[in-house]
Design a protein around this ligand. Structure first.
Ligand code: NAD
Ligand code: LMR
Length: 334
């Protein structure tokens, strides 16, 4: 039998269980792929999030060590580890939010679509378990290619009869985080004061920053628009090349994933005006600005006025998105 990873010694188990059950203000969160490059810092940051009362860490390798390590942090969340497929259902039972960073990352020279063959099956398996064990949970998909893995999860949920478009979200927050950083650099501002909507999808030309809608209002020269659009669209590749074979963005991704997960949890708690960009399943499948609430996505905002540059970008994005979506859908339907 796999070892018990719950990291609750017998002397404290009943009190911990009481705490885990009693935390009315806290949510139960599962990280699937928790021992990976993203998974570990993501798990650490979720353990620091006061909205989390129970944190389940699932992976097919190395969860005992990661769980033991993180469980020593003196923050509120109770941490439990789950190792291997046999413990997947237990890892998901009762969770409010499931975050999926499981899957292989790119190496230099690869596109995100080159990851499809391995990651599609991983996302399908995890989505099947979610449909069975926590059909009402909010799901945050990080595994690439996001433009195809979100449609895969949607198809699995449709097959299982549990699909709720308000609850399934592809994580595109890293594009927004990058856009805020790069735009702030150009404008000489603090990135925390900048908000750039990024819509479309999460690969190359499907990543569409709306530089005409930056807050605070500002203007760019055509040269700056070209530079920023290219840098934002290729931010992932920039990191893959710098890591030179050792993977893709993990630390900035964990930061972005937690920023997004926190927004989902604040929405679930009932906070007003929680608005972020995410890849949603309506329209169909398109990253938009959305308002997050008690039931997940409560409102999808229209794109707003686009300039000519952005309209041309949108046409390119739509074309590529269509085939990536179809690829994901066919993978489950075939
Ligand atoms: P990694 O290889 O470091 O970690 C992946 C983890 O997934 C490993 O621990 C592995 O054991 C685990 N895993 C594999 N199969 C699994 C399964 N069936 N169930 C549960 N866990 C499983 O990779 P990483 O750097 O953490 O990247 C993970 C994924 O996130 C990649 O697909 C990458 O392309 C993607 N990513 C997405 C974004 C985004 O913006 N959405 C950003 C960065 C990376
Ligand atoms: C990113 O944008 O950093 C991720 O999608 C990882 C990658 O392969 O670029």
């Amino acid at each position: 039998d796999p070892p018990n990873l719950h990291m609750e010694n017998t002397a404290s188990v009943s009190r911990l269980n009481c705490r885990a059950k009693g935390g009315a203000a806290g949510f139960r969160v599962a990280v699937l792929g928790a021992a990976g490059g993203i998974g570990q810092p993501l798990a650490m940051l979720m353990k620091m999030n006061p909205l989390v009362s129970v944190l389940h860490l699932y992976d097919v390798v190395n969860t005992p060590g990661v769980t033991s390590d993180i469980s020593h942090m003196d923050t509120g969340a109770v941490v439990r580890g789950f190792l291997g497929q046999q413990q997947l259902e237990e890892a998901l039972t009762g969770v409010d939010l499931a975050i999926i960073p499981a899957g292989v990352p790119r190496k230099p020279g690869m596109t995100r679509d080159d990851l499809f063959n391995i990651n599609a099956g991983i996302v399908r398996t995890l989505s099947e378990a979610i449909a069975k064990c926590c059909p009402n949970a909010i799901v945050n998909v990080i595994s690439n290619p996001v433009n195809s893995t979100v449609p895969i999860a949607a198809e699995v949920f449709k097959k299982a009869g549990t699909f709720d478009p308000k609850k399934l979200l592809g994580v595109t927050m890293l594009d927004v985080v990058r856009a805020n950083t790069f735009v702030a650099e150009v404008l000489g501002l603090d990135p925390r004061d900048v908000n750039v909507p990024v819509v479309g999808g999460h690969a190359g030309v499907t990543i569409l920053p709306l530089l005409s809608q930056v807050k605070p209002p500002c203007s760019f020269t055509p040269k700056e628009v070209d530079y920023l659009t290219d840098r934002i669209q290729n931010g992932g590749t920039e990191v893959v090349e710098a890591k030179a074979g050792a993977g893709s963005a993990t630390l900035s991704m964990a930061y972005a994933a937690v920023k997004f997960a926190d927004a989902c949890l604040r929405g679930l708690r009932g906070d007003a005006s929680v608005v972020e960009c995410a890849f949603v399943t309506e329209l169909p499948f398109f990253a938009s600005k959305v308002r997050l609430g008690r039931i997940g996505v409560e409102e999808i905002y229209p794109l707003g006025p686009l300039n000519e540059y952005e309209r041309a970008g949108l046409e390119k994005a739509k074309k590529e998105l269509e085939s990536s979506i179809q690829k994901g859908v066919s993978f489950v339907r075939k």
